[in-house]
Design a protein around this ligand. Structure first.
Ligand SMILES: [Zn+2]
Length: 261
């Protein structure tokens, strides 16, 4: 079985056909889905999907860096309250995004750091979103990393030096999605040198669909395209990729499979 460690199936892009989207993924043996929240406005839809598929869908709580605006204190208070309810499997997604808007950089840095502190206090993993902000992300994580900090650098698109820096933190996995299948991304060459034990799979649906769906709406069933590409890069079977990336995801999210009687 596979785990989609990062998918936004609760967004409006799926409101017309979520049940067939779920079915297609489960038929392709993607059995578990971690849903990072964006902000207060997406929370109710996320929880609606959790109620519908409680065995498959796992909610995370966090404030996305692109939603850090003037009202971020209000948003952070919401994250804090929800995280303490014990219903959530991690703090995400959080991080820094300088692609769209740089005007809230200091608020993004502060929100990121405070949510890291919250995750450490509650012993939850963090899911890091990093877009055009590796230096800024590393600066915050360098200052807060210790044995209590762990999680996933989601949608990794960096180089080998950046991958090794993430691995050297000790508690982090690298999340691979559709970009791995893009021609000329160069990510395949980087990942050839990163051992499988550090990798998890994700789609980031509805964004960043893998080849041959590039440019279309992404969905969790397309995780297999990413897994197949990884199997090819590593020269192993698809089953081996499933086994090790699922183990890695279970380790991060502390998921204990129910043992057969
Ligand atoms: Zn995301």
């Amino acid at each position: 079985m596979f785990v989609d460690t990062h998918t936004h199936l609760f967004l409006e892009q799926f409101s017309d056909d979520i049940d067939t989207v779920m079915l297609r993924a489960i038929e392709r043996d993607i059995q578990r889905f971690y849903l990072p929240n964006i902000d207060i406005s997406t929370f109710d839809d996320m929880m609606g999907l959790v109620r519908k598929y409680p065995d498959n869908v796992m909610p995370l709580i966090g404030l996305h860096p692109c939603s850090v605006k003037e009202n971020y204190e209000h948003e952070l208070a919401f994250v804090d309250e929800k995280a303490r309810s014990g219903e959530f499997f991690g703090i995400g997604e959080i991080g820094i995004d300088l692609y769209w808007d740089k005007s809230f950089l200091s608020a993004q840095q502060e929100s990121f750091a405070r949510q890291i502190e919250l995750a450490k206090e509650l012993a939850l993993p963090i899911i890091i979103h990093c877009r055009e902000a590796f230096d800024e992300i590393f600066e915050v994580v360098d200052g807060l990393n210790d044995d209590a900090l762990f999680g996933i650098f989601h949608c990794f698109t960096g180089d080998l030096a950046q991958a090794n820096r993430i691995i050297d933190y000790g508690g982090f996995k690298i999340g691979l999605g559709g970009v791995l299948t893009f021609k000329n991304s160069g990510l395949d060459k980087t990942i050839a040198d990163v051992p499988l034990e550090h990798l998890v799979l994700e789609t980031d649906a509805p964004y960043l669909a893998p080849v041959p769906y590039r440019g279309k709406r992404n969905e969790s069933s397309y995780l297999i395209e990413v897994a197949s590409k990884l199997a090819k890069i590593k020269g192993v079977t698809l089953e081996r990729v499933a086994e090790i990336t699922t183990d890695n995801a279970n380790e991060v999210f502390k998921f204990e499979a129910t043992k057969p009687q």
